[in-house]
Design a protein around this ligand. Sequence first.
Ligand code: SAH
Length: 244
Amino acid sequence: MNTDNIEIVLVHTSSPGNIGGAARAMKNMGLSRLTLVAPREFPAPEATWRAASASDVLNSARIVDSVDEAIADSQFVVGTSARGRRIPWPVLDPRRCAERLAVSSRTERVAILFGREDRGLTNEELQRCNLHCHIPSHEDYSSLNLAMAVQIVAYELRMWGLAERLPEAADEDWDVPFVTTEEMTRFYRHLEETLTDIGFLDPAAPRQLMPRLARLFNRVRIDDMEMGILRGILTEAQKSAGKH
Ligand code: SAH
């Protein structure tokens, strides 16, 4: 496991106390890379107070305007969620999820997204993720406090960090780097454009086509070379349709 490759991303957090609490939870468990997407109030005395001796994590937090910007460089993205969504996505509990991340963080940059206190992550944000992580809370009240959710996920990562050894990564020795989220975003844009050009996608009635395709592609790892091939196919398809 390489904790330098693990980024905790708090999306549109409204309470500065939760930001501080999350920073403390991270430092207690040996994580240090925190990104805040448009926090409502930060820096704030309450964040500093709740972080206690983790002010270094707070002070080095990266602050960005959008989720896109936060995960542009990431190669594997996990979205945490208190409840199921319309389109089911691959989902793991924190223990299995941490195992997956502990293994892949050796070679890849991973990001874990945490949502807004009042409504979590949007469907669109969750559709950007390779994997969802759900803490199996009681169905009568499934949503945990944000900082406590960070604590649980960070703890499970810590346990894998302390483990004698980790399972072999299936793609550890892959010869070509995996694409970043930014490249996937560009690919989806190109795919949507091409599907429209060839008449497969009706922009007036897109239905769930793009989310379903995102789920498909997020289940496999695409490397730089494969992305070149896919983009080449799209460009040729556009030319054949006389649209490029
Ligand atoms: N009312 C929101 C819950 C927001 S809780 C909703 O229904 O989606 C704030 C954040 O804490 C969530 O976005 C998620 O990142 C995390 N969280 C809370 N409970 C969780 C759970 N049971 N499993 C995984 N993450 C959880």
